[in-house]
Ligand binder design. Structure first.
Ligand SMILES: *Cc1c(COP(=O)(O)O)cnc(C)c1O
Length: 404
């Protein structure tokens, strides 16, 4: 085993050696600009980019022409939200956005609010599922876009995108889905799911960092989008800039592999997930699963281990690389807004750990992790007066604390 064991695959993944191999010639042998029309350097680059577009489109069931390359998931979310708002402003000024969306969405809609758009943040239930009745109620004739992600990056909960797509279609509203955490792990079919815009990112599926795509529907309806960047007019005018050919090649290969291996990998990851969960639950009390018990990405296990701060757990298990629910977004110890949105309370958010598994994790690593976590939590709780009190049956919510 190689230490620290990497169980933070939702933050990023290792580039698959097969992806790297496919990329390498495009740095210093086939280095043409895919937009150069006058010589074979350009033609070769363009044809390889086209192949990648096709591979990506096969993962999500769209036409290759509907893929717009960006610098990653964050840019794709920005482009979808800002690009739609600019074009459709005359039609309406209202957006409906999930409360547990990625910061790439939430921070963008906060900015849009400052420039005059109205945003409804749609609540979720305690498993992280969006309230679809509330969604229907919140739609007005000024609503131009619904933004609800597929699988959640922190808790793994999978939204019922087909139902959401149907609701959006019935009301003639565009549906943007952030699939950066879920692409390649669970099936996506933008046609069957009624998705109009979809954000993708390569580095979550063993591709390189700094490359992603936005799917933009071309018909029924034809979605229009204002670009964020001006210049040149590449990618159907939606995203200027010379294409990052090696990264695009890697992204395409990563999608091809993800699609080919999805079914077997999904099952294998679930097994690892269940293995770790049951090992922890059978040896420790006061543990909670955050997220949906079954309608969840196979590669995420988010648990709160009461009475021990996430940061102390991370220090205690420093031979395992994971994320905690309190520090995962910034340098400050703010509790995760995703966990807060579940109604879990600040304590549960502060004691949460996100394990995220990937292609290169083994059963042996999970066994080691389970042992280490149980050992560490047991040791840390021995030092916790709160844990002692809870064990004695004192209800901590009714205790009044006195300052000396
Ligand atoms: C990782 C992620 C993003 C951001 O993608 P980058 O390529 O890292 O910019 C956006 N949304 C979700 C759900 C993600 O998991």
């Amino acid at each position: 085993m190689k230490f620290p064991i990497f169980l933070d695959n939702m933050s990023t993944t290792r580039v698959d050696p097969r992806v790297l191999e496919e990329m390498l010639p495009y740095f210093s042998e086939e280095y043409g600009n895919a937009a150069s029309r006058n010589h074979p350097y350009g033609w070769k680059a363009e044809s390889k980019v086209d192949e990648s577009r096709t591979r990506i489109s096969q993962l999500i069931h769209c036409d290759p022409k509907e893929i717009v390359f960006t610098s990653g998931g964050t840019e794709s979310c920005n482009l979808a939200l800002k690009g739609i708002c600019e074009i459709y402003r005359e039609k309406g000024d209202h957006l409906i956005v999930g409360a547990t969306e990625h910061r790439a969405v939430i921070d963008t809609t906060r900015r849009l609010e400052r420039s005059g758009f109205r945003v409804t943040y749609l609540p979720v239930d305690k498993t992280g599922l969006a309230d679809l009745e509330a969604l229907k109620r919140e739609i007005t004739d000024k609503t131009i876009l619904i933004a609800l992600m597929y699988g959640n990056h922190e808790i793994g909960t999978i939204h019922p995108v087909t139902e959401i797509g149907k609701i959006a279609k019935e009301r003639g509203i565009l549906y943007f889905c952030d699939a950066a955490a879920s692409q390649g792990y669970i099936p996506i079919d933008v046609e069957a799911m009624g998705i109009d815009l979809l954000a993708l990112s390569a580095h979550k599926i063993y591709g390189p960092k700094g490359i992603g795509a936005l799917y933009v529907r071309k018909k029924n309806p034809r979605v229009r989008l204002a670009p964020i960047l001006d210049g040149g007019g590449a990618e159907r005018g939606m995203r200027s800039g010379t294409l990052n050919v090696p990264a695009i090649v890697g992204f395409g290969k990563a999608c091809e592999l993800a699609l080919a291996e999805m079914e077997t990998e999904r099952e294998r990851l679930w097994k690892l997930n269940e293995k770790l969960r049951t090992a922890i639950e059978s040896s420790l009390d006061y543990v909670h699963l955050n997220g949906h018990p079954t309608q969840r990405l196979p590669n995420i296990l988010n648990m709160s281990l009461e009475f021990v701060e996430g940061e102390s757990i991370l220090m205690g298990i420093n031979d395992i690389a994971v994320s905690s629910g309190s520090a995962c977004t910034t340098a400050t110890l703010e509790p995760s807004y995703v966990l807060i949105a579940l109604g879990a309370g600040v304590e549960l958010a502060h004691t949460s750990i996100r394990f995220s598994f990937g292609r290169f994790n083994t059963e042996e690593e999970i066994d080691f992790t389970a042992k280490r976590v149980v050992q560490t939590i047991t040791r840390l709780r021995e030092m916790s007066p709160l844990y002692d009190m809870a064990k004695e049956g004192i209800d901590l919510k009714n205790v009044t604390w006195k300052r000396e």
